[in-house]
Design a binder for this molecule. Structure first.
Ligand code: HDE
Length: 703
């Protein structure tokens, strides 16, 4: 490209309007005709031609037709017409960020992968977190699995860990994936529901797929309602292998654990967040990273040998099973830090191409049949999405280590390989790249003898034991949420036999759970339990499986909304703000007008958000600092009453001064440990770090 294409990064609107030279209003449209000046490079076409007028197309005369000759118009519109690529068939909706991975403990002796043996080295990464079912413009907060895909640009090539926030999956064999996805996506005749599993085709498929029962427990749990992308775990799901220099292999499972701990929203709140902010998760990640905060995870591994695997009461190659941490402890060996938002969403987050087949020497695949299918699918999908076998040349996909190969040509070739040799072996090129057995990738040497066939090992047939283990590992509020989620989803199913078939499975997982769901569905006759293919084992509970049981009492990373109005006490607001900010949380001032409120002392306090556009579902806790007059006025204001009632019903801490009493009364707020005075700063900050689970039975009926 001869001339630089201007890449101005969002100047404030006022500056953009004022800068450059504005030569004239261009007549009929009246828009400003901005011209290049000292601050602005000339605008060019893709060929580098400086554009003289970017407001008016070439016309025969002021009221005449537009001329076909206008190549500037045609270039601009043609590019625009082709600005979209096919969205991902699954995981279309996602948000990405750059950062780095740092190893803290070496796996020397277990693997020869440099990224897992060189302590302290910072490996650049790009991470993308996604929902699965919805399209790219769908809401951030459906009940759905979250994708957790990390591309590590290691010195030995790119390594992609393409995982989820749930350690197991719906199916055991890749051949069933298209059916699963067709069942969960919007129904093909009607084109809805978007980004929702609560419909007939999904539950029809699930009820006919007993192997999905463990995953059903996870997706109906609060794991699928994350508060923030910074508060989800990541799992590689499948077993992989690590290989050392001697070629010896150890199995491994990969885990990412958020430093801020896991936290979820409650269902009624989640539904309302979807209306309040379609981009709830993306916006938060953008806001915090742009403000200089770092999203952080621990990286852990579970390592085990074939001999140990042979003693597990399940087959680790079955992706519907997890390895309880009580059986194989998690060793934390590194950390992931996301600290830079992409410059351009399309170029990076949209064009990033993850493939589980991208790996480095010292790491290898297991025979998990789901993983084996994925090794084909992702490369194939990139060809269709990115349109070229040269997709690895896109900056976001290109390795950051030296590269040399004999692959040439193809659609959108960006490189200019010199020389006459594009093959190997050759004698005509002295420095042509050659394979290198010592440093190159090698696959594990194992004996794969056996009879081929369309087969599944008998050890994959236990579909209920770990589902039951998950259920008994949950705290009572989590069990109530899970049972209620099943009632909600199955109530959206129109065909009663599908509901009954699901209850049959639930009765096998746990008779109490099955009965609760049957009651919640108002079933007059309870169906008989399903017949398991194998006897269900009573596995012990695993503490790591509960969110509430492992909650970190941290307000850090969360956000408190302070509702103010004219006449509010400025000192009380300042004290609250100081106490909350000291924990590392954020504060947003909410007022009836975005211009702010005139405080009791006459000062003006600008608002961060207008009350009508900032319901309390956007905050983790709220404070009400209001004069008695404002409290009364707002008690007649639906948005204010909802603000308070929702905060209470969503189990959030509420700090309120005396003036807010009228509003608390109308909103039906009852006194409890989470309802505090606005000056009780310490107690408020403590209560705000968690949800008031004791309040839940007082504000909603759960299954
Ligand atoms: Fe994927 N999956 N998947 N998947 N998956 C895709 O690849 C597929 C599975 C996961 O942010 C697609 O580039 C098959 C398990 C994530 O760009 C596609 C099977 C897990 C992402 C594909 C699975 C995942 C994808 C669509 C069954 C967790 C988003 C677009 C054998 C371990 C990555 C694309 C991103 C994306 C195929 C099952 C995670 C079609 C065939 C299990 C995080 O290739």
């Amino acid at each position: 490209m001869k001339k630089p294409v201007p890449t101005a990064s969002h100047p404030p609107a006022t500056r953009a309007r004022a800068a450059g030279t504005t030569d004239a209003l261009t007549g009929n449209g009246g828009e400003l005709h901005q011209q290049a000046g000292p601050d602005h490079a000339p605008l060019t076409t893709q060929q580098g031609l400086v554009v003289g007028d970017n407001q008016n197309s070439l016309r025969a005369h002021p009221q005449g037709p537009t001329l076909l000759e206008d190549f500037i118009l045609r270039e601009k519109i043609t590019h625009f017409d082709h600005e979209r690529i096919p969205e991902r068939v699954v995981h279309a909706r996602g948000s990405g960020a750059h950062g780095f991975f740092e190893l803290t403990h070496s796996l020397e002796g277990v693997t020869k992968a440099q990224v897992l043996t060189e302590v302290g080295v910072k490996t650049p990464v790009f991470a993308r977190m996604s929902t699965v079912a919805g399209g790219s413009g769908s809401v951030d907060t459906p009940r759905d699995v979250r994708g957790f895909a990390i591309k590590l640009y290691t010195p030995q090539g790119n390594w992609d860990i393409v995982g989820n926030n749930i350690p197991v999956f719906f199916i055991q064999d890749a051949i069933k994936f298209p059916d699963l996805v067709h069942a969960v996506k919007m129904e093909p005749d009607r084109g809805f529901p978007q980004a929702a599993s609560a419909h007939d085709t999904f539950w029809d498929f699930i009820a006919l797929t007993p192997e999905s029962m463990h995953m059903v427990m996870w997706i109906m749990s609060d794991r699928t309602l994350p508060r923030s992308l910074r508060m989800i775990e990541g799992f590689g799901v499948h077993s992989f292998r690590l290989l050392n220099a001697a070629g010896e292999s150890t199995f491994v499972k990969f885990h990412w654990r958020p430093r801020l701990g896991l936290q979820s929203t409650v269902w009624n709140e989640t539904v309302k967040i979807a209306g309040a902010d379609n981009d709830f998760h993306r916006r938060e990640l953008f806001d915090v990273i742009s403000a200089g905060e770092v999203a952080e995870w621990e990286f852990g591994v579970q390592l085990f040998t074939q001999a140990e695997a042979d003693r597990f009461p399940f087959n680790h190659l079955d992706a519907t099973k997890l390895i309880p941490e009580e059986l194989v402890p998690l060793q934390v060996i590194g950390r992931l830090m996301l600290d830079r938002w992409p410059d351009n969403f399309f170029a990076e987050t949209e064009q990033v191409a993850f493939c589980p087949s991208h790996l480095v020497p010292g790491i290898d695949f297991s025979n998990d049949p789901l993983l084996q299918g994925r090794l084909f699918s992702y490369l194939d999908t990139q060809l269709s999405r990115l349109g070229s076998a040269n997709f690895a040349q896109l900056p976001i996909n290109a390795p950051q280590c030296p590269m040399a190969h004999q692959q040439r040509d193809g659609h959108m070739q960006m490189a200019r390989p010199a020389g006459r040799v594009a093959y190997e072996p050759n004698t005509l090129s002295a420095d042509a790249p050659r394979s290198d057995r010592a440093t190159g990738f090698s696959s594990v040497a194992i004996n794969e003898g056996g009879d081929r066939g369309r087969l599944r090992d008998g050890s994959f047939a236990d579909h209920y034991s770990q589902a039951r283990q998950f259920w008994i590992s949950q705290t009572p509020p989590e069990q109530a949420h899970l049972a209620s989620a099943l009632v909600f989803e199955l109530s959206k199913v129109e065909h009663p036999p599908i509901r009954a078939a699901m209850v049959s499975h639930l009765l096998v997982i746990d008779p109490g759970l099955g009965q609760r769901v049957a009651n919640g569905l108002g079933m007059d006759t309870r169906p008989p339990p399903a017949t398991p293919a194998q006897k269900v084992k009573d596995l012990p509970p695993s503490a790591a499986l509960s969110i509430i049981g492992n909650a970190k009492p941290l307000l850090e990373g969360r956000c408190v909304g302070i509702l103010v109005h004219d006449g509010s006490d400025g000192a009380a607001i300042a004290a609250l703000k100081k106490a909350v900010l000291a924990t590392g949380a954020r504060v947003k001032i909410v007022a009836p007008k975005v211009g702010g409120a005139t405080l009791a002392d006459g000062r003006k306090l600008p608002a961060d958000a207008q009350l009508a556009g900032a319901p309390s579902v956007l905050f983790d806790a709220v404070a009400l600092v209001l004069s008695a007059e404002a409290g009364k006025a707002l008690s007649r204001e639906a948005a204010a009453v909802d603000f308070v009632r929702d905060a209470f019903c969503h189990l959030k801490a509420i700090a309120a001064d005396a003036g807010a009493q009228a509003l608390l009364d109308v909103a039906g707020v009852m006194p409890d440990a989470g309802v505090l005075g606005a000056d009780d700063l310490r107690a408020f900050v403590e209560a705000a770090a968690t949800r008031q689970w004791d309040r839940e039975p007082r504000v909603c009926t759960l299954a």
